[in-house]
Design a protein around this ligand. Structure first.
Ligand code: G
Ligand code: G
Ligand code: NA
Length: 252
């Protein structure tokens, strides 16, 4: 309860920051970033989003936090575009509570306009579980966002409970394979399932992102599977923007 109280004021006290993790294409080129929220509390130290996101969903604080994340991440991307990374995309995690707000679409439009970014530079990440379990309310909203040009990614794919036929009519751009499959990547069955997921994605014309790439073997597997993008500790841990910038000035 104390943590929850603290969380409510944390945004105005400026205790949140964004880290960014790079994503790379099949040729090893940087395709963009995922924004990941960090909370550094004077009292609790570094609190994991796995802990504070669910709490802020319950209290409703996620609405303000989510809006702040969207603004920060698009502002940062615009800066990187201006510095020459003109094709880079930004993936942002969207919580169900945030997405279901009637003004969510407007907040996306506003963030893009403020940052003067093309809509396709922004990728909104929703979990498969959320989308599949709220299909009738989610589908029309996805259509509206997609018709603006914003990209939609289905996150943690394979860990949720969707019926595949439900996904056929959804306006999606990207499937992000759940990290749990890669953790079992020594298991032939897990390989075959990842192969099936990528084939499914291709049948729907979706890009595939493999997350949790931690070893050279994982990267080889991603290439064998034909994944369009990879993300993980092997290629770069999430880090503050100034650290990310040092990485790209040393690699170009
Ligand atoms: O960065 P880390 O792996 O610790 O994040 C843990 C979880 O928290 C991940 O599943 C990630 O998607 C989620 N997360 C991180 N930042 C945000 C955010 O800004 N909004 C939402 N809704 N989830 C986030
Ligand atoms: O599902 P999502 O993309 O939101 O997950 C992002 C989370 O995964 C972030 O919290 C990030 O810190 C974490 N992460 C990123 N790369 C790796 C990795 O290679 N291995 C593991 N175990 N976690 C990772
Ligand atoms: Na996630």
């Amino acid at each position: 309860a104390q943590l929850e109280q603290d969380l409510l004021g944390a945004l105005t006290r400026g205790e949140f920051s964004l880290h960014y993790q790079e994503q790379f294409g099949a040729q090893g080129e940087r395709t963009g970033f995922e924004a990941l929220t960090r909370w550094t509390s004077p009292q609790w130290g570094e609190v994991s989003p796995a802990e504070f996101i669910p709490i802020s969903e319950e209290s409703g604080a996620i609405v303000h936090l989510g809006a702040w994340v969207l603004t920060q991440a698009t502002t940062q991307l615009a800066k990187w575009h201006a510095e020459g990374l003109t094709d880079a995309m930004m993936a942002v995690n969207v919580s169900p509570v945030q997405f279901l707000r009637p003004d969510f679409e407007d907040s996306v439009i506003a963030a893009l306009q403020r940052a003067q970014l093309p809509p396709h530079a922004l990728e909104l990440k929703l979990t498969e579980n959320f989308v599949a379990s709220h299909l009738t309310i989610v589908a029309p909203r996805l259509k509206a966002l997609r018709s603006m040009g914003v990209r939609i990614a289905l996150d943690d794919f394979g860990a949720g409970a969707s019926v595949l036929s439900q996904l056929l009519d959804l306006p999606l751009d990207t499937l992000k394979i759940d990290r749990s499959f890669l953790r079992q990547s020594g298991v032939p069955k897990a390989h075959r399932v990842m192969g099936a997921i990528t084939a499914f994605a291709r049948a729907l014309n979706l890009e595939v992102v493999l997350e949790g790439v931690e070893t050279p073997e994982h990267l080889v597997l991603a290439h064998k599977l034909g994944c369009d993008r990879t993300q993980g500790y092997l290629q770069g841990r999430p880090a503050p923007p100034e650290v990310i910038e040092r990485r790209f000035s040393s690699s170009s």
